[in-house]
Design a protein around this ligand. Structure first.
Ligand SMILES: C[S@@+](CC[C@H](N)C(=O)[O-])C[C@H]1O[C@@H](n2cnc3c(N)ncnc32)[C@H](O)[C@@H]1O
Length: 261
């Protein structure tokens, strides 16, 4: 499948809107997603900063930054997602300027922002290196850039061979490829190549409560009891700060906080 398939998928009127609702409390990933927003938001003082959130989805990061005083801009390739984000921002009382565009070709001038974020989105981009260069291009000298990625060798996938089943599933369904994973080493090289210096990184999800084993079409089995997954994420991972050490190389997602010289 080519990169343009992914862009077509995300530009479609309602494809992402159907599945992307990270604040949905019934979702097993809600806890994981909340941690990402909390971690990103506590990184900086946002007051008066010009901030761009790329691939904003329903706008949860941009809203959080705007409520902390940022001059927030949010962009996405999907018109439908932007409409949902705008509705959410009105409900939250957050002032955000929304734009439609492609992360691999950002519609902004060089050196326009103090902070640029791209969360849970780079994994949907066919050319992540191009997108990271774009994040760096629109950032001012001395700006900070926060990017999250999904790990190719997360412990759950590795031990339980879910990855294989997921690939098989996509193959059987002939679905367009819209999700790419990387090792943390490869991702670090993407950042390095764009001239971004990693200041901190934080992993989330050593054990994934939502992991499922695909059996046949329509039938999947949970791999980990939900209550155990939640307990591990909240109590063990959080309490022992597992995400700060080298175990992050095996976690579901890693957030990188970087700086531009
Ligand atoms: C999984 S959602 C994440 C949304 C948001 N960052 C969050 O964490 O809640 C991925 C988003 O990336 C957007 N996206 C996908 N490809 C894109 C592209 N080439 N340029 C800009 N946005 C894109 C999708 O439309 C979708 O809203």
């Amino acid at each position: 499948m080519s990169g343009s398939d992914a862009k077509e998928y995300f530009s479609d009127e309602d494809t992402v809107a159907r599945w992307w609702n990270p604040e949905d409390c019934d979702s097993l990933l809600a806890l994981h997603f909340k941690k990402q927003v909390r971690y990103a938001t506590e990184q900086f003082d946002w007051m008066g900063k010009d901030v761009l959130d790329v691939g904003t989805g329903r706008g949860r990061f941009a809203i959080s930054f705007a409520l902390k005083g940022a001059n927030a801009y949010a962009m996405d390739i999907s018109r439908e997602m932007l409409q949902l984000a705008e509705n959410e921002s009105v409900k939250a009382g957050a002032r955000i300027e929304f734009h439609q565009g492609d992360a691999e070709n950002l519609p902004y001038a060089d050196e326009s922002f103090d902070i640029v974020t791209c969360m849970e989105a780079i994994m949907h981009l066919p050319d992540p290196q191009k997108a990271i260069h774009e994040l760096a291009r629109v950032a001012r000298p001395g700006a900070k850039i926060i990017v999250s990625m999904n790990n190719a060798i997360s412990l759950t996938n590795f031990v339980l061979a879910v990855q294989f089943h997921v690939h098989l599933y996509h193959l059987l369904q002939k679905r367009p490829k819209i999700h790419w994973t990387y090792t943390t080493g490869r991702f670090r090289r993407f950042l390095d190549e764009a001239g971004l210096k990693i200041e901190r990184s934080y992993g989330i999800g050593l054990i994934q409560p939502e992991a499922e084993l695909y059996i046949i079409r329509g039938i999947s089995l949970p791999l980990i009891p939900e209550s155990f997954g939640r307990w591990f994420l909240e109590s063990v991972e959080e309490r022992f700060r597992l995400g700060e050490g080298s175990l992050q190389n095996f976690m579901k997602a890693v957030v990188f906080v970087t700086g531009k010289d």
